[in-house]
Design a binder for this molecule. Structure first.
Ligand SMILES: Cc1cc2nc3c(=O)[nH]c(=O)nc-3n(C[C@H](O)[C@H](O)[C@H](O)COP(=O)(O)OP(=O)(O)OC[C@H]3O[C@@H](n4cnc5c(N)ncnc54)[C@H](O)[C@@H]3O)c2cc1C
Length: 379
């Protein structure tokens, strides 16, 4: 007998949708309130490594994702002149390859479609304004003036979580003085895997997302003060970062950067809440609890894993407290190790971009390898 019959999920992003699916598969009712009236998921890509695919498989959608995205092996790590110095990425897990590149919109559509099919209730354009906990229920007030009572409320509302503010207090995301630029292109001929090129001012990734498309990410430092970049500067600045890369694939895509509306520029922020990520009957998953930089391409993967584990524990435990405690036992260390490693990697990248030598013992390859081994462990 599950610890709960009905759960409210605040936020229908990757984590919230995954949890909705996971709960419905265990026979638990799930309702999602999503602040956007209509989803606006930007089209650039996302990397899902083997552990993410394993978690998506628990939700029954990994095969669909593999068909609609572009599975590939390890990433070819190259200098700015195209010389490969190593390969990076986790070993495959069973039938799941090292990596899947996929458009964010496609992944979102797959999760949303599955959640709808399984009977998750969606309330779009709605959010919470108040949360009051009693011993055996959570009373929630919504922006549409309605209120309802739930056995459990899950905050899956991202790095700026409103639920976190209401229940756990104020935690401010920190800008890390690094940014990511993204743009999508037709897939260059001969691109069989993902590539990363390490430059003096920037690091570039070219990631296949379908047989015909790729996305590029470019990691840069724009300044301590997180400057606003005017729209008219987006195209020329992004193009200029590609100048130092004497590589055919990069030179092929550079002139195709023409539309400022298609440049996705994102200053990077981190925010980790200390354990426990729950208070009585309210719990946080995904970026609401542990938002990190994408240096290990794992934020969404951790959110999906959180969802799988929480659904499992809620269906098994006799009490909500027991389910939450077991969830934390399975999730905290793993998430913290990946968050800490991602932050260390961005620190080292920034030192390299500023021409400083790395601290003694710093080894980017070794840290990435160790993190991949952690992610490969069962959840
Ligand atoms: C530049 C960049 C690149 C990345 N690349 C990767 C990658 O390659 N691989 C990877 O695994 N991860 C990657 N990530 C991380 C990944 O995007 C996040 O970790 C992931 O989206 C977190 O999912 P989430 O569901 O917790 O939060 P979100 O995706 O932020 O979803 C939150 C949802 O809640 C909704 N919401 C917000 N506030 C409210 C509210 N008050 N009420 C109701 N709904 C609300 C939002 O509209 C949204 O739908 C990257 C992140 C960045 C910044």
């Amino acid at each position: 007998m599950a610890a709960v019959k009905k759960v409210l999920i605040v936020g229908g992003g990757i984590g919230g949708l995954s949890l909705g699916i996971g709960l419905r598969k265990k026979g638990i009712e799930a309702e999602i309130v999503e602040i956007q009236q209509e989803y606006k998921v930007y089209g650039s890509g996302i990397i899902q490594q083997a552990n993410a695919l394993r978690a998506l498989n628990e939700l029954g959608v990994a095969d669909q994702a593999m068909q609609k995205g572009s599975p590939y092996g390890q990433i070819s790590m190259c200098t700015a002149t195209g010389h490969e110095f190593t390969k990076a990425g986790p070993p495959p897990i069973g039938k799941f390859p090292s990596h899947l590149g996929i458009s964010r919109r496609t992944l979102h559509d797959i999760l949303y479609g599955e959640a709808q099919k399984l009977g998750v209730v969606f309330r779009m354009g709605t959010t919470v304004v108040g949360i009051k906990q009693t011993l055996d229920a959570v009373e929630v007030h919504f922006t549409d003036a309605s209120k309802a009572s739930y056995e459990v409320v899950v905050a899956a509302d991202g790095i700026y979580s409103k639920v976190r503010d209401l229940v756990f207090g104020k935690f401010e995301p920190q800008y890390v003085n690094a940014s990511v630029w993204r743009y999508t292109f037709p897939r260059p001929k001969g691109m069989e895997t993902g590539y990363m090129y390490m430059g003096r001012r920037a690091k570039i990734g070219l990631i296949p997302t379908t047989r015909d498309s790729i996305y590029m990410f470019v990691v840069t430092m724009e300044g301590d003060d997180n400057p606003h970049i005017p729209k008219e500067d987006l195209v020329p600045r992004l193009r200029s970062y590609l100048d130092e890369f004497r590589v055919p694939f990069v030179q092929e895509v550079q002139p195709q950067i023409t539309d400022a509306d298609e440049v996705n520029y994102r200053p990077l922020e981190v925010m980790t809440v200390p354990a426990p990520w729950y208070k009585n009957r309210v719990i946080m998953i995904g970026d609401a609890a542990h938002a990190t930089v994408p240096q290990l391409g794992s934020g969404a993967a951790l959110a999906i894993e959180d969802a799988v584990v929480l659904a499992e524990e809620l269906s098994k435990a006799r009490t909500v407290e027991e389910a939450f405690r077991k969830h934390m036992d399975r999730r905290y260390e793993r998430c913290k190790l990946i968050v800490d490693a991602s932050e260390k990697l961005v620190e080292w990248e920034k030192m390299e971009f500023s021409g400083k030598s790395l601290p003694e013992g710093a080894n980017i390859g070794a840290l990435m390898g160790k993190s991949m081994m952690i992610l490969q462990q069962p959840i």
